[in-house]
Design a protein around this ligand. Structure first.
Ligand SMILES: C[S@@+](CC[C@H](N)C(=O)[O-])C[C@H]1O[C@@H](n2cnc3c(N)ncnc32)[C@H](O)[C@@H]1O
Length: 260
């Protein structure tokens, strides 16, 4: 009896790990959230599927109920896969689930996944670090209304602004105006480039580029809805040269024309 806390990667099924695939294939039950791609569930054809995410029209299970479910299924001796978007320990409450399993003496395994924080910028042609100029990356939650259920806690935006380097904000599209204001007040230049990437690594990927000065207006015009990730910093400029995924069909066509 083991509960496997498994990272599903950022969306592209090709970014699933070999270990995750192995476990999905022999799972008795898969417990998943809304962000997981439906096609990943097809990799576990024999498994019972339990959706604990916020599917429209359904009530999301409380974290304590999810913990109880994992404990109960683990105790039954089933192979339980708890599938989470990206990496299970990056803003995914995997740590809380592991702690609950440990307290209940149910064995668990953690299967890290490719986090959207690195992979989604990469699919938008943005490396999160760059030798000499962007030597750190801060991954931060934008979902941090103190006291509001589901929030991740409080962020010291002054410290985030001052540390320099690249800032990757998860769950930040709704609080973008507040985040942008905080960063500018605490010293980031309004000219700092920003990329907002929605449904990164999937066929639905779309990217909005701007600066701290105009990204709020651009995001409103594009009517961006979650899941969106923001990349803030000089590295965003590299997209102009390195963009490869959204134009991959065109690049192939251009290469074929050139080869003729
Ligand atoms: C609850 S967090 C989970 C993060 C996940 N554990 C990870 O490592 O990627 C969900 C947030 O991750 C970001 N995210 C996850 N997948 C994404 C994707 N394919 N494209 C853009 N943002 C994504 C969004 O900011 C979204 O609101």
């Amino acid at each position: 009896m083991t509960v496997h806390l498994v990272g599903a990667g950022p969306g592209d099924p090709g970014l699933l790990t070999v270990r995750a695939l192995e476990l999905l294939r022999r799972a008795d039950v898969v417990v998943y959230d809304r962000l997981s791609q439906e096609s990943l569930l097809d990799l576990a054809p024999a498994a019972e599927r339990i959706d604990v995410g916020k599917a429209p029209g359904h009530v999301r299970l409380a974290q304590s109920e999810i913990n109880d479910l994992l404990i109960e299924r683990g105790r039954r001796g089933e192979t339980v896969v708890r599938l989470k978007g990206g990496d299970p320990f990056v803003f995914a409450r995997g740590g809380e689930e592991a702690a609950a399993l440990r307290d209940a003496r149910v064995p668990f395994e953690v299967v890290p996944g490719i986090t959207s924080a690195i992979a989604v910028p990469a699919y938008a042609g943005i490396p999160v670090t760059l030798r000499h100029s962007s030597t750190s990356v801060t991954i931060v939650t934008g979902h941090e209304e103190p006291g509001v259920d589901g929030a991740e806690g409080t962020v010291d935006w002054q410290a985030v602004a001052r540390v320099g380097g690249t800032i990757v904000v998860l769950m930040g599209v709704r609080s973008l105006p507040r985040i942008v204001a905080e960063l500018v007040v605490h010293g980031r230049s309004p000219a700092t480039p920003v990329a907002l990437i929605r449904w990164g690594t999937t066929d639905a990927q779309e990217t909005v580029i701007g600066t701290l000065a105009d990204i709020v207006a651009r995001a409103a015009r594009a009517r961006l809805e979650p899941p969106v990730l923001a990349v803030i910093g000089e590295v965003v400029r590299l997209r102009e040269k390195l963009e490869w995924f959204e134009t991959r069909g065109q690049s192939l066509e251009a290469a074929l024309v050139e080869a003729r």
